[in-house]
Design a binder for this molecule. Sequence first.
Ligand code: MN
Ligand code: MN
Ligand code: MN
Length: 277
Amino acid sequence: MALRIDLHTHSDRSDGMLSPQQLVALAAARQVALLALTDHDTLSGCEPARAACAAAGIDFVAGVELSSQWREREIHVVGLRVDLADAGLRSHCEAVLQRRRQRIEAMAQRLSRAGLPGAELAARALRSPSPTRMHLARALCSLALCNSSEQAFQRWLQRGRPGYVPALWPELAAAVQRIVDAGGIAVLAHPHRYRLSAGAQRELVAAFKQAGGEAIEVSLAGMAQRDAERAASLARRFGLAGSVGSDFHEPDLPWRPLGRFAKLPDLVTPIAARLVP
Ligand code: MN
Ligand code: MN
Ligand code: MN
């Protein structure tokens, strides 16, 4: 059996549902041999995940998923094998977390003006060290104000809805540079999710490479074959390695199972080869 590798996962240190230890236990049960934890804009789960992986015999990669912007779009950059002690990366994350908290508070105020219990929603969302709109969605559900997080986004949280406040992320090039400066490998996350034309997608990948990016996700759980082929062709065209992951958040979302995804397309260099100790 081929080594099972997962280089994109989330714990409850950002918007995942499992603690780092629970995530590692699930990865062990799924026979994952190489695991990266890549929480949104925080490194805080990496030490406990590393310890749990050591106990479970899993090779661990310290990671992060940085939110950034490029041409007013939100672009995610995964950093792999980053130095957890790097001061530049740590202060970058802290500044982004501060902005995340401010955004949640601003969104909660808007929800209050729309007649919802904004203070309570904010208090619940802000329990997370890296609060996201998903936390507001879950708070709306747990107060029985919505039936599902999809409905919460559609009614209240997405662009054009009453609770929406735009995010202000660091520039793409700055996020890539932080990862590179922390000794990490910058990976362009889920290129198929940005709703870009083929031409704009190439321009994004060119800008990413120019900034120091080294890899692109070419195989993610639930990725359509056509999207995987397009990502693989971008990898070849720009000389980027390929990365694979589940973007795991929670056990009961069947389309993002931990450690299960299509195999790497032919002719793409796997980034995982550089991560095995
Ligand atoms: Mn997420
Ligand atoms: Mn992402
Ligand atoms: Mn992710």
